[in-house]
Design a protein around this ligand. Structure first.
Ligand code: ZN
Length: 390
């Protein structure tokens, strides 16, 4: 791999620390804000985080308009509702507070507010022509890494098809990573988002788009998350483990921005769409099988071995085959620790439905970046193995 051709955008400034959410007013002022739109959801309001952020912004001399109707897997209608509130208020800066859905809603709103039209117009890469408003992301989960990415994932209200709208202009200028905010996540959300972050680290480490710098982020993200997540399961109020998860998830998000994902995300998506399996759980179920599948490819195997050795899962003297197998087992262990079913058969999925899932997975764009090229029978094989379990 040649560094000569490296183009490594880092558009988002991460600001980390317990209590750093209380810097939001100061940071918004730095960006020249006068009137802020705070995009969040009802759960975050109930947890008291929205009032804390709003209070801090007001104390910093800013006007605040709140949109608290972000929903899971936000749709074009959700974005339109947010845009209507933003337009009526005449805001000049956006703060997104919550999980990936609040981030996506905030980014989607920024597209339409500044560039007009509808979300469908921005599907793909770089379709927006005008500058966007300054955006500050404050994640309350440690998982999606959306705070470090220039993509808005919005579902079509009619077809429910998810559209990826990528544009460097929609990336957050600042991401406030305050681990205190992640303490309020329900255990299942902690588990699924945390496993998703591990999946991002592993998939970006081997994707065909990876480069030297994205691999550094992937490796550090993996080392942080694979160590911290079991600690978080044991003691959910340990702020240090929560901080390592949050930084790891942000690094993994920054790695995605530069190297895309792989087959585990391609096979996870139909499981979510047709069987309602939460994204991070679906990724965690499929990932060990994808690692085994990809490890046949020499450079992917070497990258997996590096992940396993640097995270202390195996000694550097171990054979590559055993190192990969140790990695596979450690990934599977996460589901067990989280109390999540670790085989498709345990989720009541009929074996007869696997061919249809495989067909759909083959059409997912992330599969194109998998280090080992995949044909239709490979998708079927992965589902079949995941049905049996590790
Ligand atoms: Zn994911």
């Amino acid at each position: 791999m040649l560094l000569t051709f490296l183009d490594f955008p880092s558009r988002t400034r991460p600001v980390l620390g317990a209590g750093s959410v209380d810097r939001v007013g100061e940071l918004a002022n730095e960006l020249g804000a006068k009137h802020v739109l705070l995009v969040t959801d009802a759960g975050i309001v109930a947890a008291g985080h929205a009032a804390r952020v709003e209070g801090n912004l007001v104390a910093a001399g800013l006007r605040v308009t709140v949109f608290d109707k972000a929903r899971e897997n936000p749709t074009t209608k959700c974005v339109d509702d947010c845009v209507a509130v933003a337009k009526a208020a005449g805001i000049d800066t956006i703060v997104g507070l919550g999980g990936g859905s609040s981030m996506d809603t905030a980014k989607g709103c920024n597209f339409i507010l500044t560039n007009g039209g509808r979300m469908q117009d921005y599907r793909g890469v770089g379709k927006a022509t005008k500058p966007m408003l300054p955006f500050i992301a404050i994640p309350t989960t440690a998982g999606t890494g959306s705070e470090m990415q220039s993509a808005a994932l919005i579902a079509d209200e009619q077809t429910h098809q998810k559209m990826a709208c990528l544009d460097p202009k929609c990336a957050a200028r600042i991401a406030i990573l305050d681990p205190e905010l992640t303490l309020s996540q329900p255990p299942r959300v902690t588990a699924c988002t945390g496993i998703d972050a591990v999946g991002h680290a592993v998939e970006t480490a081997v994707s065909t788009k990876r480069n030297e710098l994205s691999q550094m982020l992937s490796r550090e993200a993996f080392r942080l998350c694979i160590g911290a997540l079991p600690e978080v399961f044991k003691n959910p109020y340990d702020l240090d483990s929560r901080a390592r998860m949050q930084v790891g998830a942000a690094y993994a998000g920054a790695a995605i921005e530069n190297s895309m994902l792989g087959a585990a995300h391609a096979v996870a998506n139909p499981l979510t769409a047709h069987h309602g399996i939460v994204h991070g759980h679906a990724v965690g179920l499929m990932l060990p099988h994808v690692v085994r599948f990809n490890a046949v490819e020499t450079s992917a195997r070497a990258a997996y071995v590096t992940l396993a050795v640097e995270a202390g899962i195996v000694a550097a003297s171990e054979s590559p085959e055993r190192a990969v197998e140790a990695l596979v087992l450690r990934l599977g262990k996460l589901l067990e620790l989280a109390g999540l079913p670790d085989a498709l058969s345990k989720l009541g999925i009929n074996r007869n439905s696997l061919p249809a899932l495989a067909k759909e997975a083959a059409q997912q764009w992330t599969a194109a970046f998998n280090p080992r090229p995949m044909v239709a029978t490979d998708f079927a094989r992965l589902f079949s193995e995941a049905w049996e379990g590790i």
